[in-house]
Design a protein around this ligand. Structure first.
Ligand code: SF4
Length: 124
């Protein structure tokens, strides 16, 4: 879904009822922002985004496909999009990969918590 200045674009979907529900919520939020805009202080800080490569370099990088993705990079993208959880990568669950799991979890926690991941690449 892309929210533009004068339109909302929705990609291909198989669940039109869910899209209508989401659009209703987006419209409610936009109307609320419009009503309260005089009391809102805009933020000029760029919204941080976590690069899939920042996660990828801590994944096993074997492209074994056991997670259901063709590549570890695609899995990393899915982690950012909340389509996957780390537990879905069996190789990452090995005891020897505890440090990698902790790094990935910290990056995801910082990202979803709205903080800039320290020392990691950002896509702006
Ligand atoms: S299961 Fe893990 S190692 Fe295998 S492709 Fe997926 S992310 Fe990579």
């Amino acid at each position: 879904m892309i929210v533009g200045a004068d339109q909302i674009t929705v990609g291909k979907t198989e669940n039109i009822d869910k899209v209508k529900e989401i659009l209703d919520n987006v419209i409610k939020i936009l109307n609320k922002v419009t009503r309260e805009r005089d009391n809102i202080t805009p933020s000029t800080r760029p919204r941080p985004q976590l690069s899939p490569y920042a996660l990828y370099k801590h994944l096993p990088r074997t492209n074994c496909r056991e997670c259901g993705e063709m590549t570890c990079l695609a899995f990393a993208t899915g982690l950012i999009q909340e389509r996957y959880e780390m537990a879905q990568c069996p190789a990452l669950q090995e005891p020897s990969r505890e440090q990698e799991r902790q790094v990935i979890q910290k990056l995801l926690d910082d990202y979803f918590g709205g903080q800039l991941p320290a020392g990691e690449e950002l896509v702006l």
